[in-house]
Ligand binder design. Sequence first.
Ligand code: FMN
Length: 201
Amino acid sequence: MSERSGIFAGDDPFALSQAWLDEAVKSEINDPNAIALSTVDADGMPNVRMVLLKDIEADAFVFYTNYGSVKAQELDAQGKASFVMHWKSLRRQIRVRGLVEREEGPQADVYYASRSLKSRLGAWASHQSQPLSSRSALMAEVAKVTATKGPNPPRPEFWGGYRIRPLEIEFWADGAFRLHDRFRWTRADCKGKWKVNRLHP
Ligand SMILES: Cc1cc2nc3c(=O)[nH]c(=O)nc-3n(C[C@H](O)[C@H](O)[C@H](O)COP(=O)(O)O)c2cc1C
């Protein structure tokens, strides 16, 4: 532990993640909060896609999506996920592996309400991950929900958040000659105490 200093210092990996993200907000051109979210299907076939990390809580990471999507089906079936955030300008990454649960209460309502009206209506119109016959069919669906849902649509019950409670978090920073710095935080369960190990690059 004592060897950790500078950008790796601290005893709270969520605060550290937030500090790294805050730095990335200043340096990245687009979407500093983008994460590559990985799931597995029932056959163990991995799947990955980008989503936006919306909250770093005291003990979890939160993002939002459609509960009918492929990712949601895989998350609900397996209860596990991993993700990586990579910042090209900072040359750093954070890797996370953990257990997932839905966030479909008032917190999801508040986040949904904070989105632009067009995004809120888009969430109603999109049957995410389902086949779509044409772009115009989607736009017709948008026009339909715009006419029927009014200016203050409620959060669709098929749309909400997931909270990832990590069992493992790795902080990685680029080093000269590929001699990178890596610190892996692990805990046996979500209430456990964190252990930190430095890893070979
Ligand atoms: C930068 C970026 C951010 C994205 N953010 C989200 C997001 O927050 N939620 C989401 O459902 N899809 C997001 N998407 C779209 C997903 O990558 C993906 O296409 C979609 O969720 C369907 O994935 P699935 O079929 O595996 O469920 C984002 C895509 C990109 C490139």
